[in-house]
Design a protein around this ligand. Structure first.
Ligand code: ATP
Length: 193
């Protein structure tokens, strides 16, 4: 049975080695049975750039995670209509895992923003927060229900990767090779942010 499940939400546009590293750290430090990568459908707090199609983000997330038997990719949020709220996703996961312990994995920058999320108290009731160190984000304050991952901070972001692709620069070693190939083959990120 699966007792401890990590939920790792993001836009994953594209998924990069920073994402994979913190999922691995969460697996190990919180002794998770698996980590579910959840590409966001229509994220309420993220309209900064035009998102790539859900199919492309799902495909890249699958390519990025396929070699790790404890990583999964879920299309729950991309299949859901309207805005996706983490609290709804956690409720759904609680049901589908028949009550597994849930851990919500997020970067320290996302934690800074957490108070503005929909139903933060309910989220904290449903899951432990595992917060990854990230350069330029605040240090994670110790408090109940929040665990700070001991990951090496990596100054990697999807937006910086998109910018490099747009500028015709290499993203090798920033994303898995299969993701770099997917980006090239589908000409993602060319000519927009
Ligand atoms: P963008 O640059 O487009 O804003 P991003 O690199 O932050 O994207 P997301 O898919 O939005 O990637 O991130 C999903 C989750 O992963 C968020 O909780 C974010 O804080 C976390 N995350 C992303 N990159 C890192 C990193 N380098 N270190 C720690 N956490 C990260």
């Amino acid at each position: 049975v699966t007792r401890r499940v990590g939920l790792f939400g993001g836009t994953f546009d594209p998924p990069h080695l920073g994402h994979l590293l913190i999922a691995e750290w969460a697996l190990e430090e919180l002794e998770l049975d698996r980590v579910v990568f959840m590409p966001a459908g229509s994220p309420p707090h993220k309209r900064r750039h035009e998102l790539s199609a859900a199919d492309a983000r799902i495909a890249m997330t699958r390519l990025a995670t396929s070699r790790n038997p404890r990583f999964r990719v879920s299309t729950l949020e991309t299949r859901r209509r309207g805005l996706s709220f983490t609290v709804d996703t956690l409720r759904e996961l609680k049901r589908s895992t028949r009550g597994a312990d849930l851990v919500l994995i997020l970067g320290a920058d996302s934690l800074d923003d957490f108070r503005n999320w929909h139903a933060p108290r309910e989220i904290m009731r449903l899951a432990t927060l595992a917060v990854a160190a990230r350069p330029a984000a605040h240090r994670v304050r110790r408090r109940r229900g929040v665990v700070a991952l001991q990951n090496p901070p990596l100054a990697l972001s999807s937006s910086a990767i998109r910018a490099r692709v747009r500028a015709g620069r290499s993203v090798r070693y920033l994303v898995p090779d299969a993701v770099a190939r997917y980006i090239a083959r589908h000409r993602l990120y060319a000519g927009r942010s």
